[in-house]
Design a protein around this ligand. Structure first.
Ligand code: FAD
Length: 482
């Protein structure tokens, strides 16, 4: 067919999955283009997700940490918060990283085509070119461009799920809106509702709480932070109880009304108050939906599920062998590191290698304070699937470093296959848990047993040492370091 340009690989979507795939394919010597509707690479993760949330959480954690110091004789006055400057810091962080990605694309001669792409056949994508000055805001210029490809990688990601009964109001936001730190009459919200007690909602709730808001959270399931073992979550809950007025689990949000003096929300369930509750800010963080139905995939013969997911095999291939899919659009867990890994697999296959997604485990982290991190078989999964496990726990109350830091509430847990003795899972709750869980991931991938981990010399005194000590607990060794 007629096309304005021809590529070995066209990647649809410039998020962490898409740009990783594109860069890897270019490194293989392939001619590559990325089609992205907004003006920056990085997708949700970099522009309105992982990175901006962590930029804000870092500042919140420092404010909270400083409060802890009062007990050590170091007292600061209440922080003076310039919200515009804080927002500016977050924007600067994003700018540094999107700038870096643009440079990496250029260095690899990856063409960036800015526009909304739709498959118009098995080897063609038509792009409606766009102008965009802000992520999640774009307008079509009217110009179109058709690109031809040998291989395509669908990396269109996911979007916020909007609840149908929620009215449009600036005081009701999704995660993107929450990251904007808007003020009302020059003030940050004093009372905030988080709808959805998952990682995204609790991370943003943490930020607003540290900046002065009282929190309510409503969750349909029987507990917050689904996926993590309850013993980990309990520690987080205890340390964060002061932020919340009301934690409503097993509860549904049934009505939301925007009035002049606030947003009134009605709940139904176990711990639901009878009367509608009034909030200054409502964050809807009730999940994300895949974008598979919004890219004309059917025109290329690619099967999309009812919910908008695109199914793939272990090589990331869709039902159409030269079209791959990666990232949030192929399924749970919707996490950036999973998208990147899948992107590399797809790129290698485009280059003619045989690559497979064979990661044993994908870690999950809530970057709250303390952080909660888990990977592989949890106790919940073991119970559900009848996997025989042994576990060993090292409480941070016995960690010299955690005590020195004044943060010894955490613990490190390792989960072993009861028959083989190999590690199959783990969880950490405590400061920096997310930075440490990688060692447990590696141990699982390498098929380590308690001896491998326990006899590895960890630096003392560190929080990471708690992983070695948990293994020593499993070996029955008395840990005498602190
Ligand atoms: P996306 O990042 O969604 O990127 C897809 C891109 O494709 C978008 O830029 C979109 O504009 C573009 N696109 C879609 N359709 C088209 C089309 N037809 N034409 C042109 N362009 C198109 N994950 C973590 O691992 N760690 C975290 O700490 C974390 N924090 C998060 C915090 C928040 C607030 C949110 C919302 C998410 C967070 N996530 C986190 C999840 C993470 O952002 C996603 O898993 C990740 O971005 C998925 O990458 P992706 O490449 O699949 O898609």
């Amino acid at each position: 067919g007629s096309a304005d340009a021809e590529y070995d690989v066209v990647v649809l979507g410039g998020g962490p999955g898409g740009y990783s795939a594109a860069f890897a394919a270019a490194d293989e010597g392939l001619k590559v283009a990325i089609v992205e509707q907004y003006s920056t690479l990085g997708g949700v993760c970099l522009n309105v997700g992982c990175i901006p949330s962590k930029a804000l959480l870092h500042n919140a954690a420092v404010i909270d940490e400083v409060k802890h110091l009062a007990a050590n004789g170091i007292k600061y006055p209440e922080p003076e918060i310039d919200i515009d400057q804080l927002r500016g810091y977050k924007e600067k962080v994003i700018g540094k990283l999107t700038g870096g990605l643009a440079g990496m694309a250029k260095a690899r001669k990856v063409d960036l085509i800015q526009g909304f792409g739709k498959f118009v056949g098995a080897n063609h994508i038509e792009v409606a070119l766009t102008e965009s000055t802000q992520y999640e805001h774009a307008s079509e210029t009217g110009a179109k461009k058709t690109v031809q490809f040998k291989n395509a990688i669908i990396a269109v990601g996911s979007r916020v799920v909007n609840l149908p009964f929620i009215p449009k109001d600036p005081r009701i936001v999704d995660s993107t809106g929450a990251l904007e730190l808007r003020t009302q009459n020059g003030k940050l919200p004093e009372k905030m509702l988080v709808i959805g007690g998952g990682i995204i909602g609790l991370e943003m709730g943490t930020v607003y709480s540290t900046l002065g808001a009282r929190l309510d959270v409503v969750e349909m399931m029987d507990g917050l932070m689904q996926g993590a073992d309850r013993d980990l979550v309990k520690v987080w809950e205890k340390m964060n109880a002061h932020r919340f007025d009301n934690i409503m689990t097993n509860t549904k949000t049934v009505a939301v009304e925007a009035k002049e003096d606030g947003i009134y929300v009605t709940f139904e369930g176990e711990k639901a108050p009878k009367e509608p509750q009034k909030y200054d800010l409502v964050l809807v963080a009730a999940g994300r939906a895949p974008n598979g139905k919004l890219c004309g995939a059917e025109n290329a013969g690619v099967a999309v599920t009812e919910r908008g997911f695109i199914e793939v095999d272990k090589q990331q291939r869709t039902n159409v062998p030269h079209i791959y899919a990666i990232g949030d659009v192929v399924g749970q867990p919707m996490l950036a590191h999973k998208a990147v890994h899948e992107g590399h697999v797809a790129a290698e296959n485009c280059a003619g290698h045989k690559a497979y997604f064979d990661a044993r485990v994908i870690p999950g982290v809530a970057y709250t304070d303390p952080e909660v991190a888990w990977v592989g078989v949890t106790e919940e999964i073991a119970k559900r699937d009848g996997i025989k496990i042994t576990k060993s726990v090292f409480p941070w109350a016995a960690s010299g470093r955690a005590i020195a830091n004044g943060r010894d509430e955490g613990f490190t847990k390792l989960i072993f296959d009861a028959e083989t003795g190999r590690i199959i899972g783990g969880g950490i709750v405590g400061t920096h848990a997310g930075d440490m869980i990688g060692e447990i991931c590696l141990a699982i991938e390498m098929g380590c047993d308690a001896e491998d981990i326990g006899k590895t010399i960890h630096p003392h005194p560190t929080l990471g040492e708690s992983i070695g000590m948990a293994a020593e607990v499993a070996l029955g060794v008395c840990t005498d370091l602190p």
